[in-house]
Design a protein around this ligand. Structure first.
Ligand SMILES: *Cc1c(COP(=O)(O)O)cnc(C)c1O
Length: 365
């Protein structure tokens, strides 16, 4: 027992983090497998050098230049023409954006609703902000039934509804119509936060919840440069919402939370958005081929709009995880019992994974 006066719910918890062993084929944290191209590295270095020259000063607190660049990116990506810089906010990863949202809209005596299985960080944000956490459920195929969602919301009276779409760890997206149903139902009671960390991997034609922001002042959509944008190391997450909502986030953010070096690096990468996203359509196609290959091997595969695939079911998924690891391939032991999640890697990494899986399958049988 610690002598330190630790909050009991912190003392009882383990620090979050996927295992990070040094193996050849790392398909466990949904990173983009491609490093930034050389011209992007050049631009980042140039912008960061310029920013470093002014590092004696605090960075811009409201970073209008970066917000303008993010808005311009979203206008193209989400096909929403009337999106402006005052509707965009950013922080050190969308994780930080989420915590800021819960600091504003959650808190003691308040409740956040999610739908499980979903991102394993959500209960931690709730705990850290003293917000009650009440997960509803998803269907057997991991889709969200809006009627269940509405009943669950009515029952729990949350001030925040947090919906991950495409959802981690299943990959399953909620169609825009279902999200709009929830937006209608939560108006006047709760903030509806849609976590679109994997949005760029959605199937062509699928629509983004960014479309709803102009129509609903209580809808906020979070995005990140960590996944499709191949920039996980820089830590840049952002939010699209009504300017009034963003104004409240400014009240809780830490002073100068976004480093001038981070701002510079993100701006440089956004100058090359096309290049940074160059491999996304390849990854999407490879995702579909990976799903098909797993299906052909007899696995059940969740329908993915993300850069990973949830597959199963294993009688002993821990054994399967460990055998894959011993073959030099790390996947993620996450989601409902019996399932494993694999990120889409390079062509060679995906092949190495499928080969290892075929081999361990014989051993497990
Ligand atoms: C990876 C991921 C994020 C991104 O987090 P960052 O802090 O921006 O790196 C957000 N939400 C979900 C569901 C994720 O899987």
């Amino acid at each position: 027992m610690s002598e330190l006066p630790v909050r009991p719910e912190i003392a009882a918890a383990e620090p979050y983090g996927a295992p990070h062993p040094d193996v050849a084929v790392r398909l466990n944290v949904n990173e983009n497998p491609y490093p930034p191209p050389p011209e992007v590295i050049e631009s980042v270095a140039r912008r960061v050098r310029e920013a470093a020259a002014g590092a004696n000063r605090y960075p811009s607190r409201d970073f209008p230049e970066l917000r303008t660049a993010l808005a311009a990116y979203l206008v193209r990506e989400a096909g929403v023409p009337d999106l402006t810089a005052d509707m965009v906010w950013a922080a050190n990863g969308s994780n930080e954006v989420m915590v800021q949202l819960l600091q504003v809209f959650g808190g003691p005596g308040r409740t956040v609703v999610t739908f499980e299985p979903t991102y394993s960080m959500y209960p931690e944000y709730a705990r850290n902000t003293f917000t009650g956490y009440r997960p509803g459920k998803r269907e057997a195929d991991f889709t969200l039934d809006p009627a269940h969602a509405i009943r669950h919301i009515d029952l729990n009276q949350p001030t925040v509804v947090l919906l991950d779409s495409p959802n981690n760890p299943t990959g399953v997206a909620t169609p825009l119509g279902g999200i709009e149903t929830l937006a209608e139902h939560t108006a006047g009671h709760a903030v509806l936060v849609v976590d679109e960390a994997y949005a760029e991997f959605r199937r062509p034609g699928a629509r983004s919840a960014v479309e709803l922001v102009g129509r609903y002042a209580h809808v906020a959509v979070s995005r990140t440069m960590s996944k499709a944008f191949a920039f996980a190391g820089v830590r840049l997450g952002y939010l699209v919402a009504n300017p009034e909502l963003i104004g409240y986030l400014k009240t809780v953010r830490l002073p100068y939370h976004l480093s001038s070096l981070t701002q510079a690096a993100a701006l440089a990468a956004l100058d090359h958005a096309g290049l940074m996203l160059g491999q996304v359509s390849d990854l999407r196609e490879r995702r579909d081929r990976l799903s098909a290959a797993l299906g052909a091997m007899g696995f059940t595969v969740a329908e993915s709009d993300a850069n990973f695939v949830l597959f199963g079911k294993f009688a002993d998924r821990r054994a399967a995880f460990e055998r894959l690891l011993s073959q030099g391939v790390i996947v993620r032991e996450v989601g409902p019992a019996g399932w494993l999640r694999v990120s889409v890697g390079t062509e060679n990494e995906t092949l190495a994974f499928l080969r290892a899986l075929a081999q361990i399958r014989e051993e497990l049988e």
